[in-house]
Design a protein around this ligand. Sequence first.
Ligand code: PGA
Length: 249
Amino acid sequence: MPRPFIAGNWKMNKTIGEALEFAGALARRFPPPQQREIVIAAPYTALHALGRALRDTAIGLSAQNIHWEEQGAYTGEISARMLLETGCRYVIVGHSERRRYFSEKNKEINWKVRAALKAGLRPILCVGETLEERADKKTFGVVRRQLKEGLNNLGPGDIRHAIVAYEPVWAIGTGKTASPAQAQEVHRFIRQLTAEFFGKDVAADMPIIYGGSVNPGNIRDLMAEPDINGVLAGGASLDVDTFAEIILS
Ligand code: PGA
């Protein structure tokens, strides 16, 4: 069983000063060692300062995106090596907002996952269906494809460091959470697929986390499901008291 994994995705929120204030308060509340893996995914601009502030604390640092090349003429992009240098150890890949607003496809998401793993960053690969796809009973097909293509060309050794986040698009930022049973059903499916692709042992150890309107009121029931190993909270991770409540639930 993987250790519970609680991550906050700040998206395009928080200046460097705001990020440092939050991180300081969080690190004081949760000194090492912690039973749970606690991670914050901050905007690029705050990563360097946060990397220093969070060194030797129980709080891990994640980026929200990465480019697949190591360096070169890719204006506006950031590579794995640059992220590592800030103290970042995780990176969110394939978030539905990136798929939707920046037209990211499974193919380049896979390149990003591979670039992250090759450099020693742990990718948090996001998958999940839209409301329309759920209504059309396509949830399992969509998730299967996102996972198969997103994890293409990887071996069991690589996957050991990956995290999968199931984030139904209809539940993100909408206040509509998937019910624990709905989420568990897809999480179990993701674990079965991972076992099919990479073997049972790898699948049993892989953190599969849920995201989509997670808050202190619903986390306990979600975490009680056998295949839900943690959460990726967006809106509820912006306030340190609320996020702390989520961690403690
Ligand atoms: P939300 O976002 O918690 O605000 O729904 C979750 C996410 O997009 O990771």
